[in-house]
Each structure stands twice: as structure tokens, then as C-alpha cells.
Design a protein around this ligand. Sequence first.
Ligand SMILES: [Mn+2]
Length: 346
Amino acid sequence: MSEVRFIHSADFHLDAAGQDDDGLVFLRRQALTQVVDRCTATGAQLLFLAGDLWDQEAVRRETLTFIRKELARVPKVRIFIAPGNHDAWGHNKTWTQEGWSDNVHIFSDFSFVELPQYKVRVYGAGFTSRWSASSLLPENLSLDPQWINVLVMHGEVGAPSDYNPMPWERLVLFDYCALGHRHEYELLAPPAKGGYPGSAAVTSFRDSSLKGCLQGVFREGTVHTDFYPLHGPLLQEMSLPLRGDESLDTLEAAIVNLQQSSFGYLTLRLTGRIAKRPPIEELTRRLQNPMLRLLDETREQRDYESLAKENSLRGIYTRRLLASEDPLAQEALEAGLDALEGEWLP
Ligand SMILES: [Mn+2]
């Protein structure tokens, strides 16, 4: 193999809560899709994902399904994931469970995978928990120069740091360091090779730094990389929470209003817990807009009264929250019931 191509990306922070709205969720997901597409477009044989794919200890079931599906789209690309401080493997069982396609390798303890067809050894380790004040990169590394030695890891260059301090003197031993954690694009000081691609997706509306991934090639003992910017296309996604008692005219006016404040193609998700399904077909007929797509994501209303009678954790929780006068109690009740009903995987 005279030439081996790769894509390097990190820090998607899917499922980030609090600081984002639906538009950002969509853009983050789209970044992963674009990174996977980049493998196909460049003919990359390897994909390095250096941690913080998701933002919290738990991952949404549908997010995990989305990630796995995306990675399975390119079965010939060998994918290496080194979990970071946000998605630490010690905190989330889904890393070690079935369901990942055969082309995906997830690092836990420091180890390497040998790819003789490419003359490449990929080294890596994942965070076991939210912090790692000691380095995940061992001392006394002895790398065989007959191989192209790659490191995939999440952390900070230099010490001290609570986020896996990686001494530059150890990084310099590798032919390429596919790092994650810093959200801005930044290369290592020479002669070390590689660095941070930065977060692949916008992390907040204030985050105006350039987003992208690194695309590279190993050729005749050298490595060359380019930063490839990921553009947001003219696609937007918004959601419209329903109470359930809106008239058809009210709904139509609300949708027209949202559509006018958007650009390009709009996917509008109707959400909320309501008693009756929204009249999607009727609305679509009335709106007559090919650039608009309506999705019914409403869910059945919960029957709090019967939940409160349950002799279970769910029952106790519902009773307490219904009795609370806190203005956030209603929201907390829904979020807590979601968690108790298995919407978040620990
Ligand atoms: Mn991080």
C-alpha cells in the first residue's frame, strides 16, 4: 500500500443540553454525516474520531442509533474511536455493548490495532471517567518504526491538566496524533505531527469559529493533512410544540410564521404530549409548500392521575412533583418520567 488516506474529526457533543436549540442539534448531527461522507469522497481507508461524540454521561437512544447507522454506512472504512471526558467509556455501557458495526473499534485501556494491509498501527485509549489527571499515554513507549504509528486520543497537550495531560515528548514519537478535546483547529508544534481538528459542529450560537475535519494521507514515510471546512447547507429544522387545543387556522398561521422566518428547506417537527394526533395531511394540503416538510413527533399525553396512584418509583416521583409549587415542576416531571421510562441509556 503506497498511500493510506484518513479523516480525523472529534468533539461533536451530540445531545448537549441547555445551551442549544433544535437547529443546533440538527447541525451537530449533520456534521457527523458530513464527516462520514468525506471518507467516501476522499477514498479514505481510516477514520479517527477522537472523543466527545456525545455531551453527557448518558446518550439518547435515538442519538446512539443515529451514530451507529452513520458509521455502518462505510463498512470498508476502519473507524477508531477514543472516548473523551464527556462520553467516557467507564460511564456509559453502550460503548461495550453489541450494536456497533464490524468496522468500528472503540479504545478503552491503552492498546493498539494492527492493520498489516496498510502497514499501520493505531494506538489509543479512552477516558474512563470525567477526569483523568494522570496521562492515558504511557511512559516508555516503544514504537516499531517499520509501521506507520498513529495515536487516537482525547486530552490536553502538556501538563498539568485534569483532562489527560499528554507530554509532547511522547506525542512526537507518533507518525500522526489524531487528538480531540480542544474546540478550535490547532496543529502540534513540529516535529510532532497531527493535532486538533476542533469541534466538527457548532457548539453554541456564539461559536463562530471555523468548523471542519482534517483529511490526510500517509505517503512514502510522510504525512500530509488539509483542513476541510464543513459547510452548513440551506436546510433548517425547527420544532413547534403543541398544546393540543389549537384550531387548524391557528396551526396554519403558526407554521406560516415559522416558515417565513427560515431560509431554504424547512423540516418542521410538531412536538408535545397531546391527546390527539395533529392533522398533518390537512395542514400540508392547505400550506402547499414544497420547501416545507411536516413531521408528526407528538406523543401521547401522560395520565398523571393514574401515574400518581402507582405504587412505584414513578408513582412517588409523580406525586411529589404534582404537589410541588416550583415553576419548573411540570418540566421536571416530564424529564424525570422520560428518564424512568428508559429514554436515556446510562
Ligand atoms: Mn473534551
